[in-house]
Design a binder for this molecule. Structure first.
Ligand SMILES: Nc1nc2c(ncn2[C@@H]2O[C@H](COP(=O)(O)OP(=O)(O)OP(=O)(O)O)[C@@H](O)[C@H]2O)c(=O)[nH]1
Ligand SMILES: [Mg+2]
Length: 223
C-alpha cells in the first residue's frame, strides 16, 4: 500500500488549521503539522484535530518547517508526500489530482500551479509571483508557472534527496533548484488559489519579497 502523508507547516494558524486538517482527512489520516514556534493555539488545535504535531521551540520560517516536515514524513515511512498551507489557501480536494502523476509513475514531483488556468488574484500578487518565476528560471534554470506554490507532492526518492538549507520563503525556489540538480521529473497540475481576507492579511508583502530575492542571490552565488 502506498502511504500518503500530508505535511502542513503552520505559524500562528490556530484559526484555520482545524478546518484544513478536517479537509485533508478525507484523503489520509497521516497528517503531520509542523508548528513553527507559534504563539497562538496552533499546537493544541492541530493535536485535537487528530494530526501528529512536531513543534519548533523558535520560529524558523517556512523552509525550516518544511525541512522538519520532510524528515518527519520519512521517519513515518511516507511514500507520497504532499505539502499544503495551513492558512486555508489550498483546497484539500485537489490532493487526488495533484498526486496522480506520481501514482502513475510519470513524475517525481508535482507543483500545484495557480496559473495554469485563468483565475482572479490580486494584481500585485500575480506580478510578484511572475517575478519569482522569472528569477527562479534565471538563477536555477527551470521555468515553472508557479515557483512559489506551497502545494506540492513528491515521492520518497525526492524526500530522501532534497537538501533544504534555507529557512524562510526562499525554500520554494530552492526546491526547484534541486529538481534540476537531481534531475527529478517535474509536472504541474492546476490548483485554485483561495484568497480570503484572513490569508491576505497574513500573507507576504513587498519586503519579504525583497529579502527572498536577496537570499536567492546568495544561494545562487554560494553553491
Ligand atoms: N509567514 C510565515 N509562514 C510560516 C512560517 N512558518 C511556517 N509558515 C507556514 O507557511 C505557509 C505559507 O505562509 P504564508 O505566509 O501564507 O505565505 P504564502 O502562502 O507563500 O504567501 P501568500 O500568497 O502571501 O499567502 C502557511 O501555512 C504558514 O503557516 C513563518 O515563519 N512565517
Ligand atoms: Mg498564504
Amino acid at each position: 500500500m502506498t502511504k500518503l502523508i500530508v505535511i502542513i507547516p503552520a505559524y500562528n494558524e490556530a484559526k484555520t488549521i482545524g478546518n484544513v486538517i478536517q479537509g485533508v482527512k478525507k484523503y489520509t489520516d497521516n497528517i503531520i503539522v509542523i508548528d513553527d514556534g507559534s504563539k497562538d493555539n496552533t499546537y493544541q488545535t492541530a493535536l485535537q484535530s487528530g494530526a501528529k504535531v512536531y513543534r519548533h521551540q523558535i520560529n524558523r520560517g517556512l523552509g525550516g518547517a518544511l525541512g522538519t516536515g520532510i524528515e518527519a514524513a520519512l521517519l513515518n515511512d511516507g511514500d507520497i508526500i504532499v505539502t499544503l498551507d495551513a492558512d486555508g489557501q489550498h483546497n484539500p480536494n485537489e490532493i487526488p489530482n495533484l498526486i496522480k502523476p506520481i501514482i502513475k509513475g510519470k513524475a517525481d514531483i508535482v507543483i500545484g500551479s495557480r496559473f495554469l488556468k485563468n483565475q482572479s488574484m490580486p494584481f500585485f500578487r500575480r506580478l510578484g509571483n511572475y517575478f519569482f518565476n522569472l528569477m527562479t528560471f534565471i538563477f536555477f534554470g527551470i521555468y515553472t508557472t508557479d515557483s512559489q506554490s506551497g502545494m506540492r507532492a513528491f515521492n520518497k526518492k525526492v524526500a530522501q534527496n532534497l537538501k533544504i538549507y534555507t529557512n524562510k520563503m526562499e525554500v520554494s525556489s530552492e526546491i526547484i533548484k534541486q529538481v534540476r540538480a537531481n534531475q527529478f521529473r517535474l509536472k504541474e497540475t492546476h490548483i485554485k488559489a483561495i484568497y480570503t481576507p484572513y490569508s491576505l492579511a497574513k500573507g507576504q508583502g513587498f519586503f519579504v519579497g525583497l529579502k527572498t530575492l536577496g537570499k536567492l542571490l546568495i544561494l545562487k552565488l554560494t553553491q
